[in-house]
Design a protein around this ligand. Structure first.
Ligand code: CA
Length: 220
């Protein structure tokens, strides 16, 4: 596994690189946003650890750039007092986050979890339901004539709802399978459902995401 570490604090870079190498992970380090984007494009990496507070290009902009072309797992790192940044990062498509200070051991456990989660999930199948198509090769949702590129988590939520063929998908199931056991964020799930509903409104004949109170959701 090769991991891009985007971090401007030299002490963190050194400690993380050493811990990763001990764990058999190959670290590649970038100390500012511009270098991060350059290295991301020129080397294939299996995951990205992204500090949000960076000189030159901000961490959020780096994340946006990565997500334009890639669904690689990204863990963002924030300072204690910047909850807004974390929320923004999760909305753009970060897979997990850590708050400084954190231990290298915790980070590595999270890295393995996020890579496992994103590679074993059977998200490569396209599916259809009524007049909507979820295209797994392009990470797109087509609703009637409208096409929406989906951030990874929205794609995964939609995929679970569609693969059930109209069966109820519980909130716990969505949180576990999309966010990972233990890291689920119910507010974030609500937001993803809301955003998907807005896209489904593009066609009056599209299925709707129906809330089953206290249980979960299903497509109807
Ligand atoms: Ca920093």
């Amino acid at each position: 596994m090769r991991v891009l570490i985007v971090e401007d604090e030299e002490a963190y870079v050194q400690a993380l690189s050493a811990a990763m190498e001990m764990d058999g992970i190959e670290p590649i380090a970038a100390t500012d946003g511009r270098e991060a984007i350059r290295l991301f494009r020129s080397t294939g990496v299996d995951a990205v650890l992204l500090d949000l507070m960076l000189p030159s290009v901000s961490g959020l902009d780096v994340l946006r750039t990565i997500r334009e072309t890639s669904v690689v797992p990204v863990i963002v790192v924030s300072a204690k007092d910047s909850e807004a940044d974390v929320v923004a990062a999760l909305e753009i498509g970060a897979d997990d986050y850590l708050t400084k200070p954190y231990s290298a051991r915790e980070l590595i456990a999270r890295l393995h979890a996020v890579v496992r989660r994103t590679s074993t999930a059977d998200m490569n199948q396209s599916s259809t339901f009524g007049n909507i198509v979820l295209d797994a090769s392009r990470y797109e949702l087509r609703v009637g004539d409208a096409t929406f590129p989906l951030p990874r988590k929205e794609f995964e939520v939609m995929h679970l709802l569609m693969s059930g063929g109209g069966a109820i998908v519980t909130r716990d199931q969505l949180l576990d399978e999309v966010w990972g056991l233990g890291w689920g964020d119910t507010k974030s799930l609500d937001q993803h459902i809301r955003r998907l509903r807005r896209k489904l409104e593009a066609s009056s004949e599209a299925p709707a995401i129906v809330t089953i109170r206290g249980v979960g959701y299903r497509l109807e």
